[in-house]
Design a protein around this ligand. Sequence first.
Ligand code: HEM
Ligand code: HEM
Length: 192
Amino acid sequence: MSTESTRDAIVITAAPTYYSRLARRLHWTTFALVVIAYASINTRKLFERGSDERILAVESHFLVGMVILMLTLPRLVHRMKAPLPPIVPPPSAWSALLSKTTHVLLYAFLIVQPLTGIVARLAEGKGIGLPFTERVIPSFFGPHEALAAFLESAHVWIGEAFYWVIGLHILAALFHLLAGRDNVMQRMTGRS
Ligand code: HEM
Ligand code: HEM
């Protein structure tokens, strides 16, 4: 809430203090799902090839990744419509540029990473099995071995690279919280 004094009247303009409840819920739900996506695909290595446990880990990875994609598309629509809470006090130009670039990269990741995984799997001709059921989303094209190999290595490469980008994002958020000089973290937690 900001107050501007004019000669004749006091004009009150409302600016939100926090990201909207929906934006915050989508952010933290996506965070949890990204952790599960990484954890499930990494823990598959603990189990033997072809074992029920390994299939469950891989299929959970597919499902969670697809849910991330389904949440990100409406999230972006909401992002374009909902007013953004200002950072108080405002960040320096370089800090604003760095955070904007990181956020654009994170949104791109949340779309491109599931898509490369989905199309790689379909191009392999294997379909996408769903956990706890016998159901499989069938491959409706292919097999295209070269396309599948390219997308799978892109998927693995992007997955590795984003450990660093996500790590940078979390460190920046924690730095803002611990330094206590602005409201960056509070805007996303909804707590003052
Ligand atoms: C944001 C969501 C996702 C993230 C963060 C992610 C991350 C990763 C990572 C890091 C790996 C490499 C693991 C390793 O080899 O050490 C991987 C592998 C893989 N992912 Fe994803 N992924 C996501 C979504 C998806 C989706 C939606 C699908 C398909 C429906 C998919 C299919 C695959 C496949 C087929 C592999 C190779 C598995 C194997 O070699 O057995 N991923 N993913
Ligand atoms: C402990 C984990 C995390 C913390 C503490 C955290 C914290 C934050 C904070 C404080 C903001 C607001 C920053 C600002 O507006 O200047 C934010 C925004 C954002 N975060 Fe995270 N985050 C975490 C994990 C993640 C993960 C895993 C992802 C996705 C891979 C992610 C994606 C985003 C995106 C895309 C935005 C931009 C929101 C927008 O302006 O529309 N975050 N995060």
